[in-house]
Structures are given as C-alpha cells and as structure tokens.
Design a protein around this ligand. Structure first.
Ligand SMILES: NC(=O)c1ccc[n+]([C@@H]2O[C@H](COP(=O)([O-])OP(=O)(O)OC[C@H]3O[C@@H](n4cnc5c(N)ncnc54)[C@H](OP(=O)(O)O)[C@@H]3O)[C@@H](O)[C@H]2O)c1
Length: 335
C-alpha cells in the first residue's frame, strides 16, 4: 500500500500555490507500541496553514521543508497498537496532507480525539472544531454578545464568519454580514437569515455600512483587517467591542505586514475596546461550547455550511482558494 503525500518543497513569500509543495509517495507505515494508523477521510483547510509556512516565531513551530503539510483532518483507525484507539474508531487530529497518518496520543496544540458516534465526522473540523469554537469564544467571551445589539461580521460567508453571524442572530441581534461577491451576499440574507449583507468589493464600504447601521455597530467580529476593519471602526457605537479574530487581507505572508489600520482613534472617540484572541487558549472549555453549538445545529437554529472539494491531489489549489474567496462556508476536502 502506498501513502500519497504533499510535502513542503519551499517557503512561499507571497501567495501560496502548488509550486510550493511536492507530491510524493511512501510505503504505508506500521504502528509501533502506543501508535495507531489513521486512513484520512476529510481534511480541513484553514487560513492559519499559510502562517505555518513562514519561518517566524508563532504559537506553533513552522512546517519544516520536506515535512508533510500540516492539516487537521478526520479519519478511521485501520491498524492500532494503542488500547484507546482501536481499529474501526474515527478520530480527529493533525493528519496532514496524506492518505495515512501514524499517530500517538501525545498532547500538543492539536491533539487526537475520538469522534462521538452519531455526529457527522466533518462537524469535528467545522462546527465542533476550530472554526466553530473560534466563532463561539470570539463572540460570547471576547465580544460579550448581548441581545438586541447591532453586530457586524467580516468574511461572513466563510467558516468562522458564518457561525459567528448565526450565533448573533440566535442571540437576538441585528446582524450585518460583509462578504465578497453577490452570491455570498444573497446567501447570507436568503439562506442564513442575516438582516443585511454587503459586498466588501463594492467600494466605499464605510458609507454603505453607515446606511445599514445609522446608530452604530455595537460588536464587530473581524476576520479580515485592513480597509474592512477601518470601515467598521468609523461606524462604531459608543462602548462597542471589536473582536480581532484574524486579518486574512494580509495574506499571512512572511514579508508584507498586515494592511494598516488608520482609524484606531475611533476607539478613543467611541470609548470602544478592540481585542485579539486565540481559540486554543479556551481548550479547557471546549466541551461547554461544543454542547451549545451542537444543540443549535440539531434544533435547526444554526446551519452548518460546508464546501467540499474532492481528491488529495488538489490540496494546494484548495488552500490557495481561501485567499481568493472561492469557498462558501467551511472549506473541506474529501480524500
Ligand atoms: N483567532 C483564532 O483563534 C482563529 C482561529 C481560526 C481562524 N481564525 C481566523 O478566522 C478568519 C476566518 O478563517 P476561516 O477558517 O473561517 O476561513 P474562511 O472565512 O472560511 O475563508 C477565508 C475567507 O476570507 C475572505 N478573504 C480572503 N482574502 C480576503 C481579502 N484579501 N480581503 C477580504 N476578505 C478576504 C474570503 O471571503 P470573501 O469571499 O467574503 O472575501 C474567504 O472565503 C481568518 O482570518 C483566520 O485566520 C482565527
């Protein structure tokens, strides 16, 4: 049996693409004592993966040249010498861009966990995985979500944004989504029940936001940074909270710094607070968040939006697609 793999060939300086990876194959490894072999079924695609390719200090070590590309995934245990991970069980963990991953149960930023039967496996990469948890803690803890407020979310039709905006709707807020293109704008309004949606590519976003939120935005959940963040800052209500979840407009490249924020004085004038956060810091409370997220989805209050590509051979272009806004909802790949 052959294990097809994508390995990092060279570090991108700007946009990531297929030219930065090498398609290789190796024999499928045998588990040693304490290890288990997982057949990868689905892979998660996350903007953070671009950051992991930079040889810079971060919350996790960079992917090394020649190493299998790091990625979260779910799969089935097909050989095992670990009593807690028997053959036939499904797990979520750092499987990487490969058909088979040899794992052990050692702790790490992304440790391995068994999936609960009856829960769709892909939910562990989205609703109950990093993106759903990020939306939950960003909104509830950092953003102090409160009923009746006006909430705006950027990259709102993406994985994290679609959950964040729906949480605000469930809480009884008026929700404005910002996304790229008419298809996404329509999707937010017609399918996810956002009150309003705007195309960030349409020019003069600040003015269009003002028209939709004349009394100001109480909570802004930002995935984008740069001009989108500036447009929200000039439209904040007094005492607003600005949650910095990410800054994908920077492309997470090694050289170019994040696009500048010019309107931070608005935080002073509007007595507002801006705060960044990292979801991994909330690991001890993931179970509480997951129970809430799962309940919302099972009751039909929260729609789990997945965009599934097919074929391990397409991993590099699928990752590049996140930075071009090709995905609607959570980008996954079925191996
Ligand atoms: N703080 C944390 O712990 C944490 C954890 C997970 C993720 N994040 C952050 O959350 C954000 C969303 O991640 P995700 O996994 O949910 O990805 P995602 O939103 O599903 O995909 C990325 C989206 O970003 C938008 N985008 C890409 N380039 C852009 C640009 N130059 N300007 C404006 N929008 C752009 C695109 O949507 P449009 O078509 O709408 O432009 C694209 O679909 C990222 O910033 C990520 O780094 C943070």
């Amino acid at each position: 049996m052959i294990n097809r793999q994508w390995r990092l060939a060279r570090r991108p300086e700007g946009r990531v693409g297929p030219e930065h990876f090498q398609w290789t194959s190796a024999p499928v490894p045998e588990p040693a004592e304490g290890q288990f072999l997982v057949r990868t079924r689905y892979l998660s695609f996350d903007p953070a993966q671009r950051g992991w390719l930079n040889d810079l200090p971060s919350y996790i070590r960079p992917v090394a040249i020649g190493e299998v590309m790091r990625a979260l995934g779910v799969g089935e245990v097909v050989a095992s010498r670990h009593p807690d991970f028997p053959v036939g069980c499904w797990v979520a963990g750092p499987l990487g861009w490969q058909d088979y991953a040899l794992l052990d149960a050692s702790p790490g930023p992304f440790s391995v966990e068994r999936l609960e039967p009856g829960v769709p496996p892909t939910w562990y990469l989205h609703l109950l995985g990093i993106t759903g948890l990020t939306a939950y803690f960003g909104m509830v803890e950092v953003g102090r979500l409160r009923p009746g407020e006006t909430v705006a979310v950027s990259a709102a039709a993406g994985a994290t944004g679609s959950v964040a905006g729906q949480l605000a709707r469930i809480c009884g807020c008026r929700v404005i989504g910002i996304a790229g293109g008419e298809r996404k704008v329509r999707f937010l309004r017609d399918e996810l029940g956002f009150d309003e949606a705007l195309d960030h590519r349409g020019g003069d976003l600040a003015r269009r936001l003002k028209a939709l939120a004349p009394s100001g935005i109480d909570l802004f959940f930002d995935n984008v940074g740069g001009e989108v963040l500036d447009s929200a800052l000039v439209n904040l209500a007094r005492g607003a909270r600005v949650v910095i979840c990410g800054a994908i407009a920077s492309g997470y490249t090694a050289k170019a710094p994040a696009a500048g924020v010019h309107q931070h004085l608005q935080l002073v004038l509007r007595r507002a607070r801006m705060e960044g956060f990292l979801v991994l810091d909330y690991a001890e409370r993931f179970a509480v968040a997951r129970a809430a997220l799962r309940r919302f989805a099972e009751r039909g209050q929260l729609r789990v939006v997945e965009d599934v590509a097919h074929g391990l051979e397409h991993c590099p272009e699928v990752l590049a697609g996140l930075f071009e806004g090709r995905n609607l909802g959570k980008q996954l790949l079925e191996v």
